[in-house]
Design a protein around this ligand. Structure first.
Ligand SMILES: Cc1cc2nc3c(=O)[nH]c(=O)nc-3n(C[C@H](O)[C@H](O)[C@H](O)COP(=O)(O)OP(=O)(O)OC[C@H]3O[C@@H](n4cnc5c(N)ncnc54)[C@H](O)[C@@H]3O)c2cc1C
Length: 387
C-alpha cells in the first residue's frame, strides 16, 4: 500500500518509477470479506482522493463509521465520541487491504511512467557509483538513483542500506476474524481494554451485523482461544465483551499474528528512503499502521515534487532528510503512545485503575476533549501534505 501510494502520488512527474512486488497482481476482493482490513482516517481518504485512487475503491465493500466507543474491561470507564465532535461527516472508513492495493494498482496501470511488476522478488541490493543496483530473482539487474524501501517490517532495503531499527516484542498476539453480531454495529468502531489486552470490533459493510475482530492477547491466552472450536471461541468473545453487540458468532476462519513493534533510527541515507512498515510498525490497537505509511508516501512525494518544480536535485540527501524530519517525530509519537497505552491498560493496581477510569469518564463528559479525540481519529495534524 505504501509503495503504491508513492507511485500514484508522483503520477504527474517526469520520473520513471518501477514498483517491484513479490506478491501476485492485485485483484479487487470478491465474496466473503478478507481478514486483513484497515480503518482509513479522513486524512488517508483525502490523500487517496488527491492521488485519484479513492474513486477506484469498491464503495459497496467499504464501511464509513461515525462513532467510536472505548471501554475499560470492567465497564467502569467509557468514552464515546463521534464525527460531529469535530464537525466531520465520518471518523474513518473500514476497508479490506486488498481493495486499497487493487485501487492503487488500477491507478498505476493508467500511468505510462509507472511500471508495477508483480511476482517479482528482489534478491540482492548493492550500492553502485550513482545510486543502487537491484538484482531480481530471475537474474535481471536494475539501477536507480533513488531506492525507496516500502517492503514491510522485514525490509531488505533497510538492511542493505544499513539503517538500524529497534524492534520489540509487544507481548501480544493478535487474533483476527470476521464476526456476525446479534445487535447492529450502528457504524460505530468499538474497543474494550480487557485485562488480557485490547479487543476491537470494527464495523464492516453489509447488513450492519458484520464486524472485523482484532483481539490482542497474551500468547498463552491466544493459544487457548485458537484451540477452541468456533462456537466456543465466539462464546468466550461474547463473554469478554460483556455482550456489547449481543451474541457473537464467527463468520470466517481465525488468524493469529505475533505483534512486534519497530522503529528505524533513520529513515534515509544517500539515495535511499524508507516508508510505511519498513520504517515503523505500530501496535494494531491504534489502527494507525497504514495511515502512517500513506502519510510517509505523500510527504516524500511532496518533497520530490517541490524539488522538481524548483529545478533542484530530486534525490539529494538534504531533501530526504527533510522528509525524515517531517515524518519521524510524528511516527515516534504514535509508536510510544501505543506502548504507553498498553502499559496503562495492563495496570492491576486498583489506584491506577481508578485514576485511569475516572479520567475516561471525565473525558466522556467534556465536549472539548471529545473534539480532540475525534481529531486524532480523523488523522488531522499540522504537517499533513499541502495538496
Ligand atoms: C492484525 C492487524 C490489524 C491491523 N489493522 C490496521 C488498521 O486498522 N489500520 C491501519 O492503518 N493499519 C492496520 N494494521 C497495520 C497495516 O496492516 C500495516 O501497517 C500495512 O499493511 C503496512 O503496509 P506497507 O505497504 O508499509 O507494507 P506491507 O503491507 O508489508 O507490504 C510490503 C510489500 O513489499 C513486498 N516485498 C517485501 N519484500 C520483498 C522483496 N524482497 N521483493 C519484492 N517485494 C517484496 C511484499 O510483497 C509486500 O507487497 C494492522 C496490522 C495488523 C497485524
Amino acid at each position: 500500500m505504501a509503495g503504491g501510494m508513492l507511485a500514484a502520488s508522483l503520477a504527474e512527474q517526469s520520473l520513471q518509477i518501477v514498483l517491484l512486488d513479490a506478491a501476485p497482481a492485485p485483484q479487487y476482493p470478491q465474496g466473503e470479506s478478507a481478514l486483513r482490513v484497515s480503518a482509513l482516517t479522513e486524512t488517508s481518504e483525502s490523500l487517496l482522493q488527491r492521488a485519484q485512487v479513492w474513486p477506484l475503491m469498491p464503495v459497496a465493500r467499504m464501511q464509513p463509521y461515525e462513532q467510536m466507543e472505548v471501554r475499560d474491561g470492567d465497564g467502569t470507564g467509557e468514552v464515546h465520541f463521534s464525527a460531529a465532535d469535530a464537525n466531520a461527516s465520518h471518523l474513518g472508513t473500514l476497508v479490506e487491504n486488498d481493495a486499497v492495493v487493487a485501487a492503487l494498482y488500477q491507478r498505476c496501470l493508467s500511468l505510462t511512467r509507472v511500471q508495477w511488476r508483480n511476482d517479482c522478488r528482489v534478491s540482492a541490493i548493492a550500492r553502485a557509483d550513482d545510486g543502487w543496483r537491484i538484482a531480481l530473482s530471475d537474474g535481471e539487474v536494475l539501477k536507480t538513483r533513488l531506492l525507496v524501501g516500502a517492503d514491510g517490517a522485514r525490509s531488505m532495503v533497510r538492511s542493505a542500506a544499513g539503517l538500524q531499527a529497534q524492534s520489540r516484542d509487544t507481548g501480544h498476539v493478535a487474533i483476527v476474524a470476521t464476526l456476525t453480531t446479534e445487535l447492529p454495529h450502528q457504524r460505530c468502531a468499538r474497543q474494550a481494554f480487557l485485562d488480557s489486552g485490547p479487543v476491537a470490533l470494527l464495523p464492516l459493510y453489509g447488513d450492519g451485523h458484520s464486524c472485523s475482530l482484532v483481539w490482542s492477547l497474551w500468547p498463552e491466552r491466544a493459544q487457548q482461544l485458537m484451540q477452541l472450536p468456533g462456537d466456543g471461541f465466539a462464546r468466550e468473545l461474547t463473554k469478554a465483551t460483556q455482550s456489547w453487540l449481543g451474541e457473537i458468532s464467527l463468520a470466517s476462519e481465525r488468524l493469529a499474528f505475533p505483534i512486534h513493534d519497530l522503529h528505524a533510527g533513520n529513515y534515509v541515507a544517500d539515495g535511499v528512503a524508507l516508508i510505511g512498515d519498513a520504517a515503523h510498525v505500530v501496535h494494531p490497537l491504534a489502527g494507525q499502521g497504514i495511515n502512517l505509511g500513506l502519510l510517509d508516501a505523500a510527504v516524500l512525494a511532496e518533497e520530490i515534487c517541490r524539488a522538481l518544480a524548483a529545478g533542484r536535485q530530486w534525490h539529494s540527501l538534504p531533501l530526504l532528510q527533510r522528509y525524515q524530519r517531517r515524518r519521524r517525530g510524528h511516527n515516534a509519537m504514535v509508536v510510544s503512545a501505543m506502548r504507553g497505552f498498553k502499559v496503562l491498560f495492563e495496570q492491576r493496581s486498583p489506584v491506577l485503575r481508578f485514576v485511569r477510569n475516572a479520567g475516561m469518564s471525565m473525558v466522556d463528559r467534556h465536549h472539548i476533549f471529545k473534539g480532540l479525540l475525534a481529531r486524532q481519529a480523523l488523522g488531522r495534524f499540522d504537517d499533513a501534505p499541502l495538496g
